[in-house]
Design a binder for this molecule. Structure first.
Ligand code: HEC
Ligand code: HEC
Length: 329
């Protein structure tokens, strides 16, 4: 029937492509069955806290809820939601959120009442989640809200009235309207490329922030330093001892010290150079070499609070310059 081998090949290829399309539709493996609407309903039980969308039909009263609570909840949460043992309290804590030990409960903390329905239906009672009917969930929810004086003792709740309940702490959640987060730092557009025109300068590292110990402190433990000391590193290190130039040192001192130690300090709060020590010209830097050594290499008392983020590598360079005679070249 096929006129040639290549026509057969083309037809086979077309069949394979068609087979792929079938696989995409999810029918290829021939097992399983589409979920029925009832199965989807049983699984799709989330409730929107803000709007109450997803709350099912049904209703329950505080009085009914009290009975259910006493048999199914109070063993863990206490008769009045005060919490038994280390199980969480569901009531109380109002006014404690700014205290050093805030008591966060449904009443003091939760922003949305429909969330309580979602949570209890989904997860409680702890040993038998999803064992309550929707009416029973409405009832215990009404009871827990009444324990917190949020609904009156004769209240009965359904989807509409529960969605209308305003929780006391609602307005203290900043993102109180979805999609309009009021936190000021969330609206900046992140820069992803060409973010700086000049060269990138590293102004701090984990060693100078005392997060990572300098290599010398790890030294005798051995392996760590050995691992890091690649031949390149080793070469650069020993070369530095002989090639530290004055301009290198000057750059470091101007960057790390001169904000304070200058004729006219630029560091806020400094009207004049502290203790008269000025490190803002080549001659002044060279003349102060011994003091620089004491303060920034030996004791490391300077820069003050390391506010200018001098790195241990920079201290090493300055130290080598001084050891080599603090020459101005
Ligand atoms: C066997 C103990 C136990 C029983 C019974 C129980 N709970 Fe809980 N409940 C817990 C535990 C434990 C948690 C905390 C779960 C977590 O944080 O993951 C909790 C959390 C809760 C919370 C959230 C508290 C919060 O502020 O985070 C609510 C609301 C709640 N339960 C309601 C109920 C209701 C209503 C019942 C009865 C229908 C019930 N629980 C029965 C143990 C229990
Ligand atoms: C934030 C400002 C600031 C920076 C930056 C700073 N210093 Fe100081 N420096 C001070 C202050 C304040 C004092 C006086 C300290 C005191 O009263 O004990 C001082 C004192 C000194 C002294 C005199 C110490 C003495 O007891 O004789 C020297 C030397 C010195 N700094 C060197 C440096 C060096 C080197 C750097 C840079 C590596 C540096 N400082 C960076 C604020 C700063």
């Amino acid at each position: 029937m096929y006129k040639s081998i290549s026509a057969l090949a083309l037809t086979l290829a077309a069949a394979l492509v068609a087979g792929g399309a079938v696989a995409d539709a999810g029918q290829r493996y021939g097992f399983g069955q589409p979920a029925t609407p009832a199965e989807v309903r049983g699984w799709n039980i989330d409730v929107n806290g803000l709007t109450g969308a997803g709350l099912p039909p049904g209703q329950g009263s505080v009085a009914e809820g009290q009975k259910i609570f006493e048999t199914k909840c109070s063993a863990c949460h206490g008769d009045f939601g005060e919490g038994a043992g280390r199980y969480p309290a569901l009531a109380g804590g109002q006014g404690t959120l700014t205290a050093s030990r805030p008591l966060k409960t449904v009443g003091s903390y939760w922003p949305y009442a429909p969330t309580l329905f979602d949570y209890v239906r989904r997860a409680m009672p702890f040993p038998a989640p999803q064992s309550l009917t929707n009416d029973q969930v409405y009832a215990v929810v009404a009871y827990v809200l009444s324990l917190n004086n949020i609904v009156p003792g004769n209240a009965s709740l359904d989807a509409r009235s529960l969605a209308a309940v305003k929780m006391p702490n609602r307005d203290n959640f900043l993102a109180s309207t979805w999609g309009h987060d009021t936190r000021p730092d969330l609206h900046t557009v992140a820069c992803m490329k060409h973010c700086t025109s000049g060269p990138v300068e590293v102004i701090s590292d984990l060693v100078s922030l005392h997060v990572t110990p300098p290599e010398t402190e790890v030294g005798d433990a051995g392996s760590m330093v050995e691992l890091q000391a690649t031949p390149e590193h080793a070469k650069a290190g020993s070369a530095a001892a002989t090639t530290v130039s004055f301009s290198q040192v000057q750059r470091i001192i101007l960057q790390r010290c001169a904000a304070c130690h200058a004729q006219k300090p630029t560091q806020p709060g400094f009207a004049s150079a502290p203790m008269g020590v000025m490190l803002d010209t080549p001659a002044r830097i060279a003349a102060a070499a011994r003091q620089i050594d004491q303060q920034a290499v030996q004791s490391q008392a300077m820069p003050l609070g390391n506010i200018t983020h001098m790195t241990s590598q920079e201290r090493k360079i300055v130290g080598e310059w001084i050891a080599a005679g603090a020459k101005m070249k």
